[in-house]
Design a protein around this ligand. Structure first.
Ligand SMILES: [Zn+2]
Length: 83
């Protein structure tokens, strides 16, 4: 299985910030420490896509789990940019 070497991950981490990378594709508006925008992963009508620069993650609060797990609330899609 291919992987990205740790030194390359650190190089990417130093060169890119999550808000700059995501901001190239999603118009973000700062609200406090987080940034919000229209989610690029579904037909979003109001900003439900949050980017948290201090945590290095993004999260869509509109996504729902399949019905069998709906009671557990909104689904979190978290992608860690920084190792
Ligand atoms: Zn979404």
């Amino acid at each position: 299985m291919a992987y990205i070497p740790e030194d390359k991950l650190l190089e990417i981490k130093a060169a890119a910030s999550i808000e700059e990378v995501v901001g190239q594709y999603v118009k973000l508006e700062r609200k406090g420490k987080d940034l919000w925008g229209i989610c690029p992963f579904h037909a979003d009508s109001k900003p439900s896509f949050k980017v948290s620069p201090d945590r290095g993650i993004f999260h869509c609060s509109s996504w729902r789990l399949p019905a069998r797990r709906a009671s557990s609330g909104p689904m979190s899609l978290r992608v860690r940019v920084m190792p």
